[in-house]
Write a protein that binds this ligand. Structure first.
Ligand SMILES: N[C@@H](CCC(=O)N[C@@H](CS)C(=O)NCC(=O)O)C(=O)O
Length: 218
């Protein structure tokens, strides 16, 4: 399988982390959706990442569809989304919040990266930040011990760690270990696993993104 997209894209990192947690081999093609559109287009006609090219040449887009497919490739006990019951509801609920947090962060970043400063809409940015902080508050209160489902890692943990770490880089004044201690502990626990530690964006990717100087504290 080939995964198209850079780790700077949290949605791509979600898929890469999942592939690694499930021990599924893949080739990583870190093409950037905005800066390498033609390369991305060769795999993903709408020029969106992540895209996953399967071994038979079919391509899946959208991280939620992709991680759902990847779960189907491994035995039930290894899957990152429980099959049913209260555990599934909880994993879906928290993964939903984590995705919504990342979506708001992505919109906030688009304002910063794509719109010239004079044309930025301050009320939009403030609204995205407010929604992001509310979502992170929900996740912080969900008591991961050490994961949200207890001993078993799930898609909720994967996306919550990615959303928290990415937000901590972009908005360090508001998203940090003191403001969200439970998420900080979750991220610290996750970073013991190569699936998370080997998919952090490079400093050069962060600098090239035009967002800021890197100031991650997660
Ligand atoms: N819901 C999608 C979101 C994917 C997404 O927004 N990807 C961004 C990069 S982080 C992208 O490709 N943007 C370029 C575009 O959509 O034109 C997912 O979960 O995969």
């Amino acid at each position: 399988m080939k995964l198209v997209g850079p780790w700077l894209s949290g949605y791509t990192r979600r898929v890469g982390t999942t592939l690694k947690l499930l021990n599924l081999p893949f080739e990583h093609l870190p093409y950037h959706a905005y800066q390498q559109r033609e390369r991305v287009k060769a795999f993903s006609p709408m020029m969106r990442v992540p895209a996953l090219e399967l071994d038979d040449g079919q391509v899946l887009i959208d991280s939620s569809a992709i991680v759902d497919y990847l779960d189907s490739l491994v035995p039930p006990e290894q899957r990152l989304m429980p099959a049913g019951g209260p555990e599934r509801v909880r994993a879906l609920q928290l993964a939903g919040y984590a995705m919504a947090c990342y979506d708001k962060l992505a919109r906030y970043c688009d304002e910063l990266m794509l719109r010239p400063e004079a044309y930025r809409l301050a009320h939009l940015q403030a609204g995205y930040e407010e929604q992001l902080l509310i979502g992170l508050g929900v996740l912080n209160a969900a008591h991961a011990q050490p994961w949200f489902l207890g001993p078993r890692i799930s898609q909720a943990d994967v996306m919550a760690v990615i959303a928290f770490q990415s937000a901590a880089v972009v908005l360090p004044h508001a998203v940090n270990n003191e403001a969200f201690p439970q998420l900080a502990a979750l991220a610290h626990h996750a970073m013991q696993l190569p699936a998370f530690s080997s998919t952090l964006p490079d400093l050069s990717d962060l600098q090239a993104s035009g967002l800021f100087g890197a100031d991650a504290n997660a």
